[in-house]
Design a protein around this ligand. Structure first.
Ligand SMILES: Cc1ncc(COP(=O)(O)O)c(C=O)c1O
Length: 471
């Protein structure tokens, strides 16, 4: 048999590039096994850290199926060469044809309801329907009980848009478009704003869809917050990366997973760059309103910049993700209309009960946020004490805002093994660094996301202490 170079089909190449380390290692092992079994794929170079380059001597398509930690992947190989080193991923990546797995959601689908302590939750403690209704003004409660269960307007009902608008300084109800949560808002906004030939800048690490949906639409450049320098954003780099075809900068502050905020001066500078170049600022602000100190709170992008788009939800700081309600506030009604037409292909309109309950929650904003902030501050004290007790294992800096932080794990076993063992042996769920891996920028591989918004956080920390003592 003559030797031919073998390459994965293009869509598989993209898929493999997006795999987190564990499935990538499993793929590597599978390739090696296949070589032993069939003798038609020969490894040229490679290691278990994700450097893979191989050659095959096969004139027929080959199918490999293997089980990785997270799910089952099937790869189709046809006679084509993959040579890819994820450690030196180029900074600019041209768009990929389809969306990869949403790593965070895939991981949570496996563990969120299986683990006893979801110690990486990004939402504040929720409440029961009856607790929320107790906070309602009598007329809203009455309206909810007699709610007509028909469709609601795609843009969002009048009461909803009025209530959302009242929370901003410069937003009228016409400047609000309702969505089924922040995930839909991100997807729709990016589809309305970006297309082939465009370029976008994405600040990493971030909620994955801000990066991968962008990459499915156009070229993108990543700019990583600096983990060795308080997760600082290098604004000179942002400025340097703007090109004639750059349309948008996507940011998420308070940031998931680091919990970091820009200073007011940095935010102003970012807006200055956007304004100079006429860029849209897609600002995912779902963790806004829970800051360590009120002086840290940034203005909403929509109130501060004419091309600012503020994405928000009741899922996170209000602790009501089950309502599936979010929105975008923007000064440009015509842009929101474009988004509305995309939304017609997705949820069409919100759930009526969800929207009515979101109105009740937004009107009780002060009470709900005060309750959640008190819990978060108490939890943060326990989290800080926990990390102080294990200085050889963890490095922790208190986040500026929100419900999550991104400490360093210093153990020799590495965070991926630590997080896997912790959930399997102690029923405590954390999100290891591979979940926040970026296609655009290198990011630290020794971090994990911890959440501190839930009522059981002290008990979860005790479970971690117990396991650390036993292991
Ligand atoms: C930064 C960020 N944006 C958007 C979302 C999605 O929000 P939702 O659950 O309302 O769809 C999340 C959820 O974790 C998030 O962390």
């Amino acid at each position: 048999m003559s030797r031919v170079a073998v390459e994965l089909e293009q869509d598989v190449v993209n898929f493999v590039r997006f795999l987190p380390p564990q499935p990538r290692q499993a793929l590597w092992r599978a390739l090696k096994n296949l070589q032993l079994e069939q003798g038609d794929i020969r490894a040229l170079e490679g290691d278990l850290e994700g450097f893979y380059r191989f050659e095959a001597a096969s004139s027929h398509p080959t199918r490999i199926t293997f089980a990785a930690d997270f799910s089952l992947f099937t790869f189709h190989f046809s006679p084509l060469t993959l040579s890819c080193h994820p450690g030196t991923v180029p900074k600019e990546v041209t768009n990929m044809p389809s969306l990869p797995d949403f790593r965070l959601e895939t991981y949570l689908a496996r563990w969120e309801f299986a683990a006893r302590f979801h110690m990486t939750a990004s939402d504040a403690e929720s409440m029961s329907l009856s607790d929320l209704l107790r906070l309602a003004e009598p007329a809203d409660r009455e309206a909810f009980e007699h709610l007509w269960l028909g469709y609601v307007p795609t843009f969002g009902g009048e009461a909803f848009r009025n209530t959302v608008a009242s929370a901003y300084a410069s937003v009228s109800p016409d400047n609000v478009l309702a969505f089924a949560g922040g995930g839909e808002a991100i997807y729709v906004a990016l589809h309305a704003l970006l297309g082939p030939g465009d370029h976008a800048i994405v600040v990493t690490p971030t909620y994955q869809s801000l990066e991968t949906v962008t990459l499915s639409l156009c070229a993108a450049t990543g700019i990583a917050l600096d983990g060795d320098n308080g997760w600082k954003l290098d604004l000179d780099e942002v400025r340097d990366q703007v090109r004639p075809n750059t349309k948008l900068i996507a940011v998420n502050f308070p940031n998931n997973p680091t919990g970091r905020l820009l200073s007011a001066a940095e935010f102003d500078e970012l807006i200055k760059i956007c304004r100079e170049h006429g860029l849209w600022l897609l600002s995912d602000e779902v963790y806004r309103l829970i800051e360590r100190s009120p002086s840290l709170r940034l203005p909403a992008a929509v109130d501060h910049y004419e091309r600012g788009l503020s994405i928000s939800v009741v899922s996170k700081v209000y602790g009501l993700p089950g309502l599936r309600i979010g929105w975008i506030a923007a000064q440009h009604h015509d842009l929101l209309e474009r988004m509305e037409r995309i939304k017609h292909y997705l949820s069409i309109c919100n759930s009526g009960p969800g929207e009515a309950l979101a109105v009740i929650a937004l009107k009780a904003r002060e009470q709900i946020l005060d309750r959640n902030l008190a819990l978060i501050n108490a939890n943060l004290k326990c989290v800080g004490e926990f990390f102080t007790d294990f200085p050889d294992l963890f490095e922790w800096e208190t986040p500026d805002a929100g419900t999550v932080g991104y400490p360093r794990y210093k153990g020799a076993d590495g965070i991926e093994t630590f997080a896997r063992r912790l959930v399997e042996e102690a029923n405590v769920l954390l999100l290891p660094a591979s979940i926040f891996w970026s296609e655009l920028t290198p990011l630290p591989e020794d971090r994990f996301r911890i959440g501190y918004g839930r009522s059981y956080v002290p008990a979860g920390l005790e479970a971690m202490r117990g396991w650390l003592a036993r292991r």
